[in-house]
Design a protein around this ligand. Structure first.
Ligand code: MTE
Length: 332
C-alpha cells in the first residue's frame, strides 16, 4: 500500500501499475482462445466460470463460527458477496509481505493459540482476555459489509463478530478516555516481514471514542461462517466499514484507551497521504490518485465498469453525524 519509492530504498507499486489478478488471468485466457480462433466463446466461458466460482466458493476448512444474520442497520444484504477465495487470497497484511498474494502464502506461520487481548489504559476495568472468553463476551452476528481499500479496490464480505461497543461497555472507560488504540501482533519469529522497514511495527490503528462506540464498528472473529483464516487477521481483527481498509487492524493483541490522538502506522509512514480519520470519501483524492471510483474484486472482467465510490462507503446514514461541522478535506 505504501506505494512510492521512499528514502529507505523501498519501491512500491502504485495501484494503476498492478494488473488485477482476474484481469491478468482473463487476458491470458483470451490470448489462448484467440490463438485457437475461439474468441467468440470467451464471454460465455467467463460467465460460466463466474457462476461456477460462486457455486464452489464454500469455505468449510476452518472451525465454524456461526452468527445469526444481523438486522443491524447498515449490514449490506443486496450486493453480491465476494468469492471466499478472492477475499482470502488478495490481502494486505504487511507482516507477511507486501504482495497481495503473500499473506495467503505466508501467514500459516502465525500462532493464534494461545492468544490474549489486553484491554488497558483509561478504563475502570482493565483486563486481559483469553481469546476464547472474548469470543463469548457477546452474541456473534453475521454482517455483510463492504470493505473499501485506499488503493481503489473493494470487497463485500460476511463478517462474524459483535459491536466493539459491547466490549467497551464492559471495561467502563473513564471520563477522560477520548480515543481507542488497537495494537496488533508483531512477532518477528512468526511474521517474516516484521522488522522490514516498510512500517514502524507493531501495526497500530486507532479510532475516536464515538467512532469506536458506533454499532457498525465490528470486533471480528470470523468470516463466511468460520473463524478468520490467518491471512484475514486471525484470531481477532477490527472492521470499520465506513473507513479505508487500513483502519481495520488485524491480529489485535492490545486495546488501549487514551486521552490523546494516537499515532497510527500509516500516518507515521506518510502523514500527508494517510490521515487519522481516513473516512471513505470520493471527493477527497489521495495525493497521488483519485478516490472517486473503485474496482470490486471478482468483477474485474474485461467489460466491467468501475463502480462509483460512495460517501462513507455507503454508510453515511449511520455515521455521517459523527463528522457534522468537520472539514473533511482537512481531517482526511
Ligand atoms: N492489519 C495489520 N496488522 N497489518 C496490515 O498490513 N493492512 C490493512 C488492514 N489491516 C493491515 C492490517 C489494509 S491496508 C487493509 S486494505 C485491510 O487490512 C485488508 O484486509 P483484508 O486483507 O482482509 O481485505
Amino acid at each position: 500500500m505504501l506505494i512510492k519509492t521512499d528514502n529507505k530504498g523501498f519501491t512500491h507499486a502504485v495501484p494503476s501499475e498492478i494488473t488485477p489478478r482476474g484481469i491478468y488471468q482473463q487476458r491470458r485466457d483470451l490470448i489462448k482462445l484467440m490463438a485457437t480462433g475461439a474468441a467468440g466463446a470467451a464471454v460465455a466461458t467467463w460467465a460460466g466460470r463466474e457462476a461456477f466460482a460462486q457455486a464452489v466458493a464454500k469455505p468449510g476448512k476452518l472451525a465454524a463460527l456461526p452468527g445469526a444474520k444481523s438486522g443491524a442497520a447498515g449490514a449490506v444484504t443486496m450486493e453480491k458477496v465476494t468469492d471466499y477465495k478472492d477475499a482470502t487470497s488478495y490481502n494486505n497484511f504487511y507482516e507477511f509481505g507486501t504482495d497481495k498474494a503473500d499473506p495467503a502464502k505466508n501467514a500459516h506461520t502465525l500462532v493464534t493459540k494461545p492468544w490474549t487481548v489486553a484491554v488497558e489504559g483509561l478504563v475502570k476495568q482493565p483486563k486481559t482476555y483469553a481469546i476464547e472468553d472474548l469470543i463469548k463476551l457477546s452474541a456473534q452476528e453475521e454482517r455483510i459489509y463492504r470493505l473499501r481499500c485506499v488503493e481503489g479496490w473493494s470487497m463485500v464480505i460476511p463478517w462474524v463478530g459483535y459491536s466493539l461497543a459491547e466490549l467497551i461497555k464492559k471495561v467502563e472507560p473513564l471520563g477522560n478516555a477520548k480515543y481507542v488504540e488497537f495494537i496488533t501482533q508483531a512477532d518477528p519469529k512468526t511474521m517474516p516481514f516484521v522488522g522490514s522497514r516498510v512500517l514502524d511495527w507493531p501495526y497500530v490503528e486507532a479510532l475516536r471514542m464515538d467512532e469506536a462506540m458506533n454499532p457498525l464498528t465490528l470486533l471480528t472473529f470470523g468470516m463466511y461462517g468460520e473463524v478468520l483464516p490467518n491471512q484475514s487477521g486471525a484470531p481477532v481483527r477490527l472492521v470499520v466499514p465506513w473507513k479505508y481498509g487500513f483502519k481495520s487492524g488485524k491480529s489485535i493483541v492490545k486495546i488501549r484507551f487514551t486521552d490523546k490522538e494516537p499515532r497510527t502506522a500509516w500516518n507515521k509512514a506518510a502523514a500527508n497521504e494517510y490521515g487519522f480519520y481516513s473516512n471513505v470519501n470520493p471527493s477527497v483524492d489521495h495525493p497521488r490518485w483519485s478516490q472517486a471510483t473503485e474496482r470490486r474484486i471478482g468483477e474485474d472482467g474485461l467489460f466491467a465498469k468501475k463502480r462509483k465510490t460512495l460517501m462513507f462507503n455507503g454508510y453515511e446514514a449511520q455515521v455521517g453525524q459523527l463528522y457534522a461541522g468537520m472539514d473533511l478535506k482537512k481531517f482526511y
